[in-house]
Design a protein around this ligand. Structure first.
Ligand SMILES: [Zn+2]
Length: 285
């Protein structure tokens, strides 16, 4: 009798992901930083800013990109473009049907301009309620990030539509949490996720690009960490959830197009990590 647990790709037990909002010009420097250190991030974009440019000249630090700039930066970058509301409303404070319309309009425009299927999201203003969550399910939104910092690494999240990050990049504990995450040995049946969020204009406002570079550097280049966008993690989990597994854990069929790694674990001790290739069936000896 074997229990079957998910492992991240290549059998890893830890995933690191970043989430940055609003599509401001400072994202160009941030993408360069992520690329330098081999990190992956999700960028949450409000689409109306591409058409109504009045807010773009309101301050000298909040500088949303033009549509052309955004397309040049994100398309083909390996980073994820995700939803952030067409008008960036306060979701909890407007009527639910208007919020859902705003999300769907955002999705329609981003998919048209950036290509692909865009179902990731970060709540504009970080706010939500149960009714909004129900609406997002109907709109086929995969996950939506909040601004409620857990200071933890629990994985999988309890509710993908209330996806709580570990912390903001300028949290006073962020470097301590990064060290703690690095020291975790999660080769067994459990997994961990470090999830950091923010806005790249904050690095200009706070004059702390060096802090972000230090954070990126310390978390980079590790074999035991999967560097992934939010949707890559969500879709991988979805592939694991789609596995067909015999009751005793001896036969595992993967009907998806994604290779999935699992940890097969008997009642106590031992256990082995196995790759179940896309479309393949594993049968224990
Ligand atoms: Zn925002």
């Amino acid at each position: 009798m074997y229990s079957v647990y998910m492992k991240f790709p290549e059998g890893r037990g830890k995933a690191l992901t970043f989430s940055y909002d609003d599509g401001v010009v400072q994202d160009k420097r941030l993408v360069a930083l992520f690329d330098k250190y081999g990190l992956k991030a999700t960028f949450n974009l409000s689409s109306n800013i591409f058409y109504d440019r009045r807010a773009a000249s309101a301050t000298d630090w909040w500088k949303p990109m033009t549509l052309e700039e955004a397309k040049e930066l994100y398309i083909g970058s390996g980073h994820e473009v995700a939803l952030h509301g067409h008008n960036h409303p306060y979701p909890h404070a407007i009527r639910t049907e208007l919020e859902i319309y705003d999300v769907l309009k955002n999705r329609e425009i981003l998919e048209k301009e950036f290509g692909g299927i865009i179902t990731g999201m970060a709540y504009p203003q970080g706010t939500y309620n149960d009714e909004i969550i129900q609406g997002l399910k109907l709109a086929d939104v995969s996950y939506s990030r909040t601004v409620k910092n857990t200071h933890g690494f629990a994985y999988p999240p309890e509710n993908w539509l209330a996806l709580h990050p570990t912390c903001h990049h300028k949290d006073e504990r962020v470097l301590e949490l990064a060290e703690q995450f690095k020291s975790l040995n999660y080769s067994g049946s459990t997994n961990a996720m470090l999830y950091i969020w923010g806005h790249s204009y904050e690095f200009d406002l706070d004059n702390n690009w060096d802090h972000m570079e230090k954070l990126c550097e310390t978390l980079s280049g590790r074999d035991d960490i999967w560097y992934a966008t939010n949707i890559e993690i969500y879709n991988y989990q979805k592939a694991f959830n789609s596995l067909e597994i015999s009751l005793d854990g001896t036969v595992i069929h993967n009907p998806t197009a994604t290779d999935v790694w699992v940890r097969r674990h008997p009642y106590l001790f031992h256990g082995e990590t196995v790759k179940i290739g896309a479309g393949e069936t594993f049968i224990a000896e």
